[in-house]
Each structure stands twice: as C-alpha cells, then as structure tokens.
Design a protein around this ligand. Structure first.
Ligand SMILES: [Mn+2]
Length: 339
C-alpha cells in the first residue's frame, strides 16, 4: 500500500489532466455499485458536453436496474479484458477502483500509460500516472464533484443526479460515519443544481424488486449472532438461493448494511456463493467493534474501507459459516489479548 496524503491541488491536477486529452476511456470496478455507476455516468456526460470522445466500461454482464434513471446508463460497455494500447490523445480514467485489479483486466501500472485514478479508498495503491485519492471523502462522486468545481465545469441536472446517487448509496443514505459536513454541503449544492432528492431516494431505496426481497429473506432467516453480547453476526447465501428466487448477483447490494441495523451488532459478514463457485465475504462494522471491517478483510487477503470491506473466502461452502465464526472469534481474542 502506498501512503500518499491527499493534497487539494490533486483536484486541479485531475481536472487539467482530463482537459488535456481528446478521448477518455473510463473504467470502474466489477459488481458496480451506486458510486461506480454515479461517478462513471457523471464523467461520461461531462466529457460529452466538453466535446470529448468518451466511453465507459466494466466487466459486469448483469446490470442492476437500480441505476437505469442515470443519464449515460445506456452507454455502458461490458469489457472483461483490454490491452490498453499506448495511444496519443487517449486518457485511461479509473473511478472508484482501489487498485488496477478491481475492474477490466489488463492495465499494467509499470507501463506509465496516460492514466488518471479518482477514488476515495484509503488503501488505494496509487496505480495511475495521476492520482486523485481522498480517503476521507464519502464517495468517489464526492471527489469527482470537487474535480468538476476545481476545473470550473458546468454541472448539469443529469450530472448532479449521478453524483447524488453515488453519495447517497456510499453513505447508506447519509447514515454512515463517512458522511461529513462537506458531504452534506455538496449534496445541498447538487440539489440546487437540479438533483431531486425525494425522487432519487424513491428510486434508490424504495425500489427493491420482489426477487431480491425473497433473496434477502433467505439471508435473514440464516442470521447467526455470537461473541460477547452478540456483537458479531453472520449470514450466508447459496448459489441455489439465486436460482430459486430469480435474483441475480446485484440483489445482494445493501444486504450487509441492512444487517447493521440489528441492535448491538458491531460487525457483520455475509457469505455469498457465486455461480462460478467462488465464495465472497462482505464485511461491515461500526464504532465499538473490537476491529474494523477493513482490518478483518485484509487478514483474509481482501480490502476496502475501515467500515465496509470484502474478501474472497477459500473454504468449502459447507464449512463457510463455522469457519468464518472461528476466524472472527480468533481475531477477537487477539484484539483482547493485546489490550
Ligand atoms: Mn465508492
């Protein structure tokens, strides 16, 4: 992990870098969430308005219908691998990616390609030529808005709605501890620029399809709480749950955060078995947890934010719940012993 502290000048540098190129190829991470969608569509639409050639990509084949309201949604291109040719006038832009492995494969940082990395993950590896990473920002959309302001760019209503979407989803509707006074000020400005907060809240949070709801009910029925005062919780979704409910992989978005609403729970992990057989963990934590979600995910080779993180879990699906409970309790005892 490279530790480079954020410098407000990085915002100006990012907007000048974008200005300097005729073509932007935008990339965001796989299993795109609201922040990935919001930042990619906002930059796509802004680039078009500036007369740039713009495209945006990630590896997803299934797209969540939650973000269909965003201008620029239809421009999404599925791209699993790309060879990133060194072309004059072309800038590769990475949004909401903590490292080059998070999205379309094939980018080699050592080649020194014209590239820009705009993000808010504290563990960002600063893999691009120009890096604009503010680990204290709520979302990539929040950083991107400041890039637009630094460049004096026009923020249209469509762009404002995209940026609002990313901030709204990455802050858990302004409930997570990453919600700062600045987040609220920016959100207020986005409303003044035309983002309709009540409409967006409807589309984003009161819009769960019935298949996803059935999927969530399965995860809810399997919640296991444990540890001192039941501060830890686990749940699991099997491959068959997706087949039987008709939900797709995008249906798990928001599930772990919903489990954080259980009183007394400080850390939750949801296990998901993918159609490929891969098992992934999503981890959430809050103030008062003996260790953070990010810290725990990193012990398993994963990463993310201190309060929201993920990792690949290399166990048999039948042992996943008990093995994860054991690892969490082991980590808990380590923390207790060192205090
Ligand atoms: Mn984000």
């Amino acid at each position: 992990m490279t530790t480079k502290t954020f410098d407000p000048q990085d915002l100006t540098r990012a907007s000048e870098t974008l200005r300097a190129y005729d073509e932007w190829k935008i990339f965001t991470h796989a299993k795109a969430d609201g922040d990935a969608w919001g930042s990619s569509t906002a930059l796509y639409v802004a680039g078009k308005a500036l007369g740039k050639r713009v495209s945006w990509h990630n590896p997803d084949k299934e797209l969540s219908d939650r973000y269909k309201h965003l201008a620029g949604f239809e421009a999404h291109e599925t791209l699993e691998k790309f060879d990133f040719p060194d072309e004059v006038g072309v800038l590769y832009v990475f949004l909401d990616c903590s490292n080059e492995e998070r999205g379309t494969q094939g980018f080699d940082p050592s080649r020194g390609l014209n590239s820009l990395n705009i993000d808010h993950h504290e563990d960002n590896s600063q893999f691009a030529r120009v890096n604009c990473v503010d680990g204290s920002a709520s979302s990539t959309c929040e950083v991107l808005y400041r890039v637009f302001m630094a460049g004096g760019w026009e923020v249209t209503r469509g762009i404002a709605e995209s940026l609002y979407t990313g901030i709204f989803t990455d802050t858990g509707s302004f409930t997570f501890s990453n919600t700062s006074p600045l987040t609220h000020r920016i959100t207020a400005e986005l409303m003044e620029l035309g983002a309709d907060a009540s409409y967006l809240s409807d589309v984003l949070s009161q819009n769960k399809n019935s298949a996803d709801f059935l999927l969530w009910s399965r995860a809810m029925s399997r919640v296991k709480m444990f540890g001192p005062g039941n501060i830890f919780a686990l749940s699991i979704l099997y491959k068959s749950d997706f087949d039987e409910t008709g939900a797709d992989m995008t249906g798990t978005e928001g599930l772990s955060s919903m489990f954080m609403t259980i009183r007394g729970v400080k850390l939750i992990s949801t296990i998901t078995e993918y159609p490929s057989g891969e098992i992934r963990l999503s981890v959430r934590s809050r103030e008062g947890s003996p260790f953070g979600a990010g810290e725990f995910a990193r012990t398993l080779g994963g990463g993310g934010h201190e309060r929201a993180a993920g990792a690949s879990f290399k166990v048999s699906i039948n042992d996943a719940m008990s093995e994860l409970e054991r690892l969490i309790m082991q980590k808990y005892h380590e923390c207790i012993d060192t205090h």
